[in-house]
Design a protein around this ligand. Sequence first.
Ligand code: NOJ
Length: 743
Amino acid sequence: MTTNVNKALLLAALASVAAGAMAQDGDVARRVEDLMRRMTLEEKVGQLHQLSGRQMTGPGSEKFADKLADIRAGRVGSMLNVKGVAETREIQALALQSRLKIPLLFSLDVIHGYRTVFPVPLGEAASWDLDAIRESARVAAREAAASGIHWTFAPMVDIGRDPRWGRVMEGAGEDTYLGSQIAVARVQGFQGPKLGALDRVMATAKHFAGYGAAIAGRDYNAVDMSEQQLHEVYLPPFKAAADAGVATFMNAFNTLNGVPATASAVLQRDILKGQWGYRGFVVSDWASIKELVEHGHAADLSEAARQAIEAGSDMDMEGYAYSRHLAALVAGGKVKQSVLDDAVRRVLTKKFEMGLFDDPYRFSDAARERAVLADPSHARIARDVARKSLVLLKNEGQALPFAKDVGSLAVIGPLADARRDLEGGWIVQSDPQRVVSILDGIRGQVAPGMRLVVAKGCDVACTDTSGFAEAVAAAGRADAVLLVVGESWDMSGEAKSRADLGLPGRQAALFDALAATGKPVVVVILAGRPLVFNGVADRAAAILYAWFPGAQGGNAVADVLFGDYNPSGKLPMTFPRSVGQVPISYQQYRTGRPVVNAANVVYRSAYIDSPNTPRYAFGHGLSYTTFAYSDLVLSEPVMGQGDKVEVSFTLANTGRRAGEEVAQLYIRDRVSSIVRPLMELKGFRKLKLEPGERRTVRFVIDRDTLAFTDGKLRRVAEPGEFDLMIGSASDAIRLRGTLTLRD
Ligand code: NOJ
């Protein structure tokens, strides 16, 4: 039998090589069926078992003898947490000792770069630059694929409206439209046009679904929301990723309306594989099948396995539920053979599409790994993406950019010379040697003869204020003052929920001490989420929000501080004034008691101790130049369901520097069967304009632009009037129009 299989595989491989390309769809289906016919029940279950390979090779690997034996016996389908050509070759060789020689899929969390660390995803989202985001994912894929990786667990496409939830760092922010566009760009960047290219990897849309809406912003917490909200706000980025051909989905740790997402047939079978016709496979989150027991949804691990496979979770990540129980469940008739076969077929299809049956080592080539990881263009691209991710929140009296010939600059703060923190969380391997700190970046830019006075003030935790006096003295001696504060890299990310969104420890007091000198203080803030920093916002001369900008972050920040790059980032999440306002989004729903003006707040939907407005609105971000919006024209004031209307206007750079603007289109549905938000983003364009340049910008509005999910979960565009709002931020609308949708 082995010989026959080998012969079949060999013939198929030869055919594919002869065709000079990866297997075609029909060919893949045939090869999958051929293999399925030869597989035992145990071998099928093996394809659905994913193991973590951390520390499985090298010293200490003996303790993993069982895992290694499982791989050799064909009882493992995929590994996560393995990387590098040497390691992946070693482990793949074990899999090829198995009876059917089915290669393993190697997966890893390549979230914002592999060797070259890019800005955290939320920072990249702030660029609103889909080409840059696609390019970042392409470089990450290229490096990962050269290091034996087939599959990344990215992009995270969860909508996040609660900055207490630390994982907002990994997503694209609060908005469904922007999030969907970015989801597609990332999938395209990771995967390329077709699976199987040697410089791309399979992507994962995660976490399906609702994970970003954890109650109270506490990671892994329950999620409870209306189905309408789920379909309208949280699912579209997943649908966009599916439509863009994302190879896999990952389900989620959370319950959604009482059912753990991992056991949700509604999500995985009905919506994903049913309504959306999704053909890829679903991997569980880490041990999330096992956690069905902890949730109190399954009595034991066997029951958990049954629930998960029936719900459509195809692969079990480190849960050991399938490996221990699935064969018995199928043999005992408790799980249908067809359910198992469907899952196995999906996994094998991806292995064929990746070309692994043609050459299991095709991603593990030492020469390519060396060459690709040393490619100097990657750092240049990372610097470009990092510059685009920076958001200039405030710039009073043109405090920025600094003149390059400023006599002396005080560089103060716990993060001014930080390296590890610039990388942010979820990196494959920290390499502080490759990180350009903000101080390094500044040193590389300043004119000879400029005096830099450096003082840390305190560390990131900032409980000890004994360094403040030195910092204040340094500020006193300098012509300009820069303070770099914020979170350490490990304060945002998975399991990093915060109940307090302030600057850590006494960092705000350090700012106060510097501001008390009377010198204008420019502040750079590093963080993986929107923070609350009202004192700084009130009194800093300028604020640059840098997120965690990656290994080239210091150069990027210096480029902006000294005007070599004109900032163009816009916030992808609302910045609240206080934790009490969260969850918060620019997509406020209309109420029966809106606040009409500041004097009219009694018995209105308002706080008695805070304005409703955020500190910085979604879409906000300044430039060193100014832009004027004028001449709004609608091709037609009235449209039918099948029509398209063009909305155009003129954008002009009215300042003295070249700069990029993100022009944003919002709509409001005036009257509808489900109350709509006050405004919803429906389009944006990022344009670069020279000083004095004017350009006509166009958006096309069709039925889809005006549609929403109604109470019966149908996409409808209801006749009536729609307000159109165009501007440079959700709170800086410059042009308004009205469009009527006819019956
Ligand atoms: C748990 C996280 O939720 C998920 O995003 C990640 O991909 C897996 N662990 C694997 O590391």
